[in-house]
Design a protein around this ligand. Structure first.
Ligand SMILES: Cc1cc2nc3c(=O)[nH]c(=O)nc-3n(C[C@H](O)[C@H](O)[C@H](O)COP(=O)(O)O)c2cc1C
Length: 394
């Protein structure tokens, strides 16, 4: 495994030596890149001695064939920034690349592990918290700092996580990068739009955030990933084939086609349950009045899951009461492998929020309570479960 360890100018920089040493002992090929400020806190010679490789600092090096950051960014299995300063986290979140290390992080497609270390006031500064949330959403592996004695002479949260934990996160990130190779994962997301006339429709509040997180996670683990989505206003993830649809009928048709050769379907779309029986031509006038005659749409999830065979189908359910019981019923009646039930009335869960919570239920009846977590972390949990199931099925 090739690991690039980035060291930034935190007082915890000396602990990077322990991380590098553990990685070398575990047979990883390690290259250290330091920020200029980090050199004031720990010498390059330490890392040269531990790794046997030159330590890189400069973006502009004479005599190299192609820019040094591209060489370094594209040849790694994992990039790990430990410790990561508030400054560095802010730069990465903001897309700034004004030195070698930040330019590598922006150019790499390898998974990136970030282990923040800083004084408690800095850690809880809203700028830092928001920047970490951005990185989490983008799929960075964040190793939370610990609470304890800080260099500023106070107790608090912000101390670099235990080096052993950081090394474990590096190995986990490397392992997950390819664990869906050769698999096809189809994710549905967003709302559907059911037209009333040529300018109006009925729909729902789905924003597609959960589906985008799921598709991004599957793609980052090398799955051929397809996102079939109703209209949403967030950026599509890198490496994902996106199929845009509007109505539930279009979504059904596209999913049927993509499902043929897929290994897993995750149905996170909020498909409208009803649509107007008739679509009026042109724009209905206010003074003619309007009575909507609605009909039920096809239950796409049940339809596709009925022909799933050994493949895996994950459903989402919104329930405002008896969530576990209703989730289990849905799982059984629709022939699902997993159902994630969430209650939109719980603060931080459901449409539009960055977080989610609820219950993940599997077909054996196992119920896992999911505490409030980012949608990306929940996506990772669901994809973990799907991956180990696929592995077990061969
Ligand atoms: C002795 C010393 C210790 C520092 N420790 C930290 C730290 O633990 N975390 C942090 O975010 N910044 C810390 N800083 C501030 C950073 O070094 C400063 O923001 C710097 O610009 C970061 O540069 P870099 O991110 O390019 O490495 C420290 C500064 C000094 C002088």
């Amino acid at each position: 495994m090739k690991v690039l360890v980035g060291v930034t100018a935190s007082i915890a920089a000396y602990k990077a030596a322990e991380i590098v040493s553990q990685l070398v002992k575990a047979q990883a090929e390690v290259l250290v890149v330091m920020t200029k400020h980090a050199i004031s806190l720990i010498g390059e010679a330490t890392f040269r001695g531990l790794t046997g490789n030159d330590v890189r600092v400069d973006l502009f090096e004479p005599g190299t064939r192609q820019p040094v950051h591209i060489d370094l960014a594209t040849s790694q299995d994992v990039v790990a920034i430990a410790p990561a300063t508030a400054n560095f986290i802010g730069k990465v979140a903001g897309g700034i690349c004004d030195d070698l290390l930040s330019t590598i992080v922006l150019s790499t497609t390898a998974p990136v592990v970030i282990a923040p270390a800083m004084n408690e006031a800095m850690y809880f500064n809203p700028a830092v918290q928001e920047n970490l949330a951005i990185l989490n959403r983008r799929g960075f592996y964040i190793v939370e700092p610990e609470s304890g004695w800080l260099a500023c002479g106070k107790e608090g949260k912000g101390r670099l996580a235990d080096p052993k934990k950081i090394v474990e996160a590096i190995f986990e990130a490397a392992r997950k990068t390819h664990d869906l190779e050769g698999r096809k994962v189809v994710v549905s997301g967003g709302p559907t739009l059911e037209p009333i006339d040529d300018v109006r429709f009925i729909s729902n509040r789905s924003t597609g955030k959960m589906a985008v997180a799921l598709a991004a996670e599957a793609a980052s683990r090398s799955a051929e990933t397809v996102l079939v989505t109703g209209p949403i206003a967030i950026a599509y993830p890198y490496g994902v084939k996106v199929v845009e649809v509007e109505t539930s009928d279009e979504m059904r048709k596209e999913l049927q086609a993509e499902w043929q050769d897929a290994d897993c379907l995750i149905m996170a779309a909020a498909v409208c349950d009803f649509r107007p029986r008739k679509t009026h031509e042109g724009k209905l006038q206010r003074d003619t009045g309007l009575k909507l005659d609605l009909e039920a749409t096809t239950d796409i999830l049940a339809e596709l899951a009925s022909e799933k065979g050994e493949r895996i189908v994950v459903g989402f359910a919104l329930e405002t009461q008896d969530e576990v019981e209703r989730g289990k019923q849905k799982l059984l009646s629709k022939n699902l492998d997993y159902v994630m039930v969430n209650n939109p009335l719980v603060s931080g869960a459901g449409f539009g929020s960055e977080t989610n919570c609820g219950y993940l239920i599997d077909k054996h009846g196992k119920v896992e309570e999911i505490p409030l977590m980012s949608k990306r972390d929940l996506a990772r949990k669901i994809i973990d479960a799907v991956t180990s199931d696929l592995k077990a099925r061969g």
